[in-house]
Write a protein that binds this ligand. Structure first.
Ligand SMILES: O=C(O)CCC(=O)C(=O)O
Ligand SMILES: [Fe+2]
Length: 307
């Protein structure tokens, strides 16, 4: 069953770097088509499972809305059946779940954004890992009353923007690598766009709290992407409700979240999956661009077709 996810908006000073009119405009996007309502993950029916993969493949994300459980993390953990083994993080609990909540104050330095109330710039998860997660799940246990909006930017939109405006620069993103070292000391070097068997995946992070080495050949285009993804005009913005799980194809979309007041409690449970499950053949990771990288633009899909 599809459900309506449009929320009343509360604009406040904590959405500091977003223009309020832009937020309102963006929130008018109806994301109900990407929302699937189920009782529990363990009891998902055959039809619901088909809808889950259909929505994920079409939109590259799904909002799975579950009924409240005494232990909501059961729903998160049950996703392993569909999305494969859990990939652990240095802050994972015994089940692999990473709590995302404000443990430090607004001005804390050198701690992961996940444990602050600061805005989390648009990124793909695990960008310093040699094997980043294919699927990222973020379960909302407690939403903040104001701020704390989820943001999504399509890798394909970035690709389309670059091919239309900076085609030469786009090519360089396949051949030059970026090195990212995270706060835990993990490091990985890879191209922002990688093509494998006709499908393209994206890895991107631009955040002052991690070490990012960008070669001079792509410094300009790196900054162009950074500006593009952090522009609210290019983002889907919505607020997760309690008991909703945001599932993302981490190879296709970037995600982030806006800041929220230090005085508020917000709790998200994050879990990473490797995508290797009995249903792996049903998951279409990455994207096939609608426009050709070789200069000849093919008819491109309008944003409106996505929603
Ligand atoms: O707080 C959120 O909604 C997103 C957190 C996030 O992206 C992360 O912890 O990697
Ligand atoms: Fe993230």
């Amino acid at each position: 069953m599809l459900s309506d996810n449009i929320q009343p908006v509360q604009i406040n000073k904590f959405i500091s770097n977003l223009n309020s009119q832009e937020i309102i405009d963006n929130l008018k996007i109806d994301i109900s088509q990407a929302t699937l309502k189920v009782k529990t993950v363990a009891e998902i029916s055959e039809l619901e499972r088909q809808s889950l993969f259909y929505i994920l493949n079409k939109f590259k994300f799904v909002i799975l809305e579950c009924e409240a459980l005494p232990n909501p993390q059961e729903n998160l953990l049950a996703l392993t059946k569909f999305f494969g083994s859990v990939i652990r993080h240095r802050r994972s609990d015994e089940n692999g779940i990473v709590p995302v909540e404000n443990l430090y104050n607004f001005l804390a330095n050198n701690v992961s954004r996940s444990v602050t109330n600061q805005m989390h710039p648009l990124h793909t998860d695990g960008s310093a890992d040699s094997e980043p997660p294919k699927i990222v799940a973020m379960q909302c246990e407690i939403p903040s009353q104001s701020g704390g909006f989820s943001q999504i930017v399509y890798g394909e939109s970035i690709y389309k923007y670059l091919i239309e405006n900076y085609p030469q620069e786009l090519q360089k993103l396949f051949t030059n690598t970026v090195t990212i070292t995270n706060l835990g000391g993990k490091t990985d070097t890879r191209a922002i766009f990688v093509e494998k068997q006709g499908r393209i995946s994206i890895t991107f992070k631009a955040d002052s709290i991690v070490t990012i080495t960008v070669p001079p050949q792509i410094t300009d285009v790196f900054n162009i992407i950074k500006n593009y993804v952090n522009d609210p005009e290019n983002q889907l913005i919505f607020k997760l409700k309690a008991n909703q799980i945001l599932l993302l194809d981490n190879t296709s979309v970037l995600h982030g979240r806006t800041s929220f007041p230090d005085s508020e409690i917000r709790k998200i449970n994050r879990l990473w999956f490797d995508g290797i499950s009995e249903y792996a053949h049903l998951i279409e990771l990455g994207f096939i661009p609608k426009s050709s990288a070789r200069g000849q633009a093919l008819p491109v899909r309008q944003e409106a077709d996505l929603f």
